[in-house]
Design a protein around this ligand. Structure first.
Ligand SMILES: Cc1ncc(COP(=O)(O)O)c(C=O)c1O
Length: 370
């Protein structure tokens, strides 16, 4: 029997997007311009923030957000080690130090009590950088309480969470500044790109300077900035993807429900938990496999089911971080999760047959038979 391959991610690019890209190419205005401004306004409006500043990636959006928040050498930023490396790398770019706090074993997101402990032990901490991992919002009420108690600025890494809701509020509109990514595996894409959103006008102006060599007026440079600009080409991809974002999220949600219905009775895997009051945007559908994960991975490979290991180790265990003296960091929950998680396909282009095939394959894996 030939085995089909079901990929873990697949960007969904419409004919409308392709047509708009061709128009921009034909216009001759392909670098940063009007299309970028339109995308910034539309995306900020979607999140409920008043200002959007487009960037060249989610990583550069994080860097700009942290710099605008005043993070610099000698500062510390509390964050999670259970995320993509860009989260804590952005802290390092600012010359600051990341303080790793542990995550909640059910949500995979920063545990507010762990933030509190880190804030108590690190009086130099100026900010907390939360990540809404896999598309599930953090426990933001508790995060904001701890942040207020210790005078921390709250910054959201929403790279995986476009369209996620926390108690009726879009993620990205809760912290002082937030960063999104439009990498092709995300809930919406523009190839490579990112966005900072905020409702603070002054911070937004600072972000605009930072992405454009510190310049608001041509050849006048007020501060040290960067070329982190987005192009008009990428912006029209983003604008048209944004028009489809709610449909994409509805499809991700429906796929996740079907997966959970099919997998939740199995003894060898634990399906994702969605706390009351949250809309999970399901950028990833991540199960826990307490025993025999390597065996399951081999089996998925043999059966042509794509998967991802997000993330195979906590950030502080990366060799760069060890060299930088993070060897003493220890977050037991993040360590356990990195040995247990498996992300399965949940993207909007899956059909029901493919989802049922994923369920069937995992159901046939020996530990689930016992
Ligand atoms: C949580 C998180 N933060 C930041 C980023 C960085 O985004 P980009 O790849 O667009 O630079 C990513 C992207 O993979 C991410 O998943």
């Amino acid at each position: 029997m030939t085995r089909c391959h079901i990929p873990i991610a697949k960007p969904n690019i419409s004919e409308r997007t392709k047509a708009r890209v061709m128009e921009v190419l034909g216009s001759g205005f392909i670098a940063s311009g009007d299309e970028v401004r339109k995308f910034e306004q539309a995306f900020a409006g979607y999140t409920g923030a008043t200002e959007g500043i487009a960037t060249s990636s989610g990583t550069t959006a994080l860097h700009v957000a942290l710099l605008a928040a005043g993070i610099g050498p000698g500062d510390e930023v509390i964050t999670t080690p259970f995320t993509f490396i860009a989260t804590s790398n952005a802290v390092l770019y600012c010359g600051a130090r990341a303080v790793f706090a542990d995550v909640n074993p059910a949500t995979y997101n920063l545990d507010p009590e762990a933030i509190r402990k880190a804030a108590r032990e690190h009086p130099k901490a100026k900010a907390v950088l939360v990540v809404h991992l896999f598309g599930l919002p953090c426990d933001m009420d508790a995060v904001i309480d701890v942040a207020a108690e210790y005078g921390l600025t709250v910054i959201e890494d929403c790279a995986q969470a476009h369209g996620a809701l926390y108690k009726g509020r879009m993620v990205g509109s809760i912290g002082l500044l937030s960063a999104f990514s439009f990498y092709p595996t995300k809930n919406m894409t523009c190839g490579e790109g990112g966005m900072v959103v905020t409702s603070d006008n002054e911070l937004a102006e600072r972000c605009r300077l930072l992405v454009n060599h510190g310049s608001a007026i041509r050849y006048q440079h007020e501060i040290l900035g960067y070329n982190y600009r987005l192009t008009n080409i990428a912006a029209v991809i983003g604008s048209t993807q944004l028009e489809d974002l709610d449909d994409f999220i509805a499809a991700r949600s429906a796929n996740a429900s079907r997966l959970t219905d099919g997998l939740s009775g199995l003894s060898g895997v634990i399906t994702p938990w969605v706390p009351d009051g949250c809309r999970h945007a399901f950028n990833q559908y991540t199960i826990k496999v307490p025993q025999g994960r390597e065996d399951l991975l081999k089996y998925l490979e043999r059966e042509g089911i794509g998967y991802g290991l997000f993330y195979p180790q906590p950030s502080y265990k990366q060799s760069l971080y060890k060299e930088l003296g993070y060897g003493d960091s220890y977050c037991p929950v993040a360590e356990d999760l990195s040995a247990q998680v498996v992300s399965l396909p949940v993207h909007p282009l899956l059909d029901e047959w493919e989802i049922d095939r994923i369920i069937e394959v995992i159901g046939d894996w020996t530990p689930n038979k016992g």
